[in-house]
Design a protein around this ligand. Sequence first.
Ligand code: NAD
Ligand SMILES: O=C(O)C1=N[C@H](C(=O)O)CCC1
Length: 251
Amino acid sequence: MIRVSVVGAKGRMGSHVVEAVNNAEDTQLALALDAGDDLTQIDADNTDVVVEFTVPSVSLNNVLTLIGQGVDIVVGTTGWTDEKLSQVRDAIAQGPKPLTQKVFIAPNFAISAVLADYFAVKAAKYFESAEVIELHHPTKVDAPSGTAIHTARGIAEARKAAGLAPVPDATETDGGSRGQVIDGIHVHAVRLRGLNAHEEVLFGNAGEQLTIRADSFDRTSFMPGVLLAVRKLASDAPAGLTVGLDHFLDL
Ligand SMILES: NC(=O)c1ccc[n+]([C@@H]2O[C@H](COP(=O)([O-])OP(=O)(O)OC[C@H]3O[C@@H](n4cnc5c(N)ncnc54)[C@H](O)[C@@H]3O)[C@@H](O)[C@H]2O)c1
Ligand SMILES: O=C(O)C1=N[C@H](C(=O)O)CCC1
């Protein structure tokens, strides 16, 4: 049995993770903690893998504390900048398990979103124009979504590697309608009651368009990916920091 502790256990995602861990045959719930609880209750004597779904403003500190506790960590919380990722790498190097510590961060655990991102990066070099639209429930605290940032960065990298010019855009006045520009790719965020988590990647050439769309209608869509990550960390995932569920899929 893999002993799993959940941090952010009372949240929308954390409560689904608690249920998924309780229902899977090879996992058992160790501790379920939330805001105000002492994370140093979690250690290698009671936990094999921690799953962290909290809020972007606290996730880095939680991860640093948990690295200090010597437990492997699956993180679904968004808000990861290059600088924060460097701090995680440094903490692993200076932590109690520098050679074996595993930390896994995924902007999205839904297979539809991971594949949309993968296909978008593959398609990127063939199109003059590319834009990303993410659409989420109105209780989401961050915009644009972590997934959209990841997708935009992947598209930008693929365009750069292919030597593409910047996306064409004659806009001279913009009150914000052209969205946030991430590495040269415009990203637009919609917040709408009734939605859960959705992303569209639009590619255009003269006379043609490709749209790649992923829809997570329900949070249960993230659970197979979370359990896959837990199982990989408890078995053959590499030590160190890994970002993205694509690393655990045979793509
Ligand atoms: N990677 C994915 O597939 C995926 C999917 C959905 C959501 N998310 C991300 O997961 C995060 C959580 O989303 P949500 O909808 O569950 O949010 P939520 O607000 O419903 O839940 C967050 C939980 O974290 C708790 N919390 C806050 N501060 C804490 C602290 N210091 N220590 C422990 N717990 C603390 C809150 O009390 C709350 O219960 C967001 O960043 C969201 O974007 C990622
Ligand atoms: O509901 C959320 O919040 C989600 N957050 C992640 C993101 O920002 O990409 C994944 C999708 C759902």
